[in-house]
Design a binder for this molecule. Sequence first.
Ligand code: ZN
Length: 225
Amino acid sequence: MEAQRRLKSSAVLVTRLGGLGGPTAFALAAAGVGKLVIAHGGVLTPSNLNRQILMRGDSVGQPRAPQAEETLRRFAPDLEIVTYARDVSDDCVGEWVSQVDVACATTPDFREHYVLNRECVRQGKPLVHGGMNGMEGQLTTMVPGRTPCVECLVPEPPDWWDPAGFGVIGAVPGCLGNLMALEAIKVITGFGEPLAGVMLTMDLEAGTFGRYSLTRRADCPVCGC
Ligand SMILES: [Zn+2]
């Protein structure tokens, strides 16, 4: 009961509501989180529908964030939701992070990961970091002052990253998004062991998972000491 009360009085930021963020937000709403701050720019396209479970096929061409909010409100009427119909950037990230206890970075855009990472380190807020490509995914929970941050691990966007996007089967980010929600739940409630300082990797084509220990980079420009 105490853990459930902690969830009810907590707030979580989910930036982007696509293949990762939709399942993350949905699982957090189902678990009983009190407040979600959700953000996603742009309008729904037919190609989004293989993974964006908060959207509907009869709403193609409509803005995505309000559709996600409506789905979550109908599912969990007591949930407080603050919605931003835009993606995270330097001019809004401070206000968004200040409203929550934990942030979930569910964006495919490395630039947004860096913006969110810097602000979470600055405000001392835990950041659940998920990433995927094709049939592979990785997950870690970053705790400022204790674990590596995003820039410790990936100082700059890798060569293979294409801002235009990549192919995906929706069940892959669906799996990872639910694991991200579980990490936020563990951080908020103190239940279980979050993946702090540990990277969980999954190759869903081969059906294998791995765990790797992570270390901070002393010369990291964001969290280096
Ligand atoms: Zn760092």
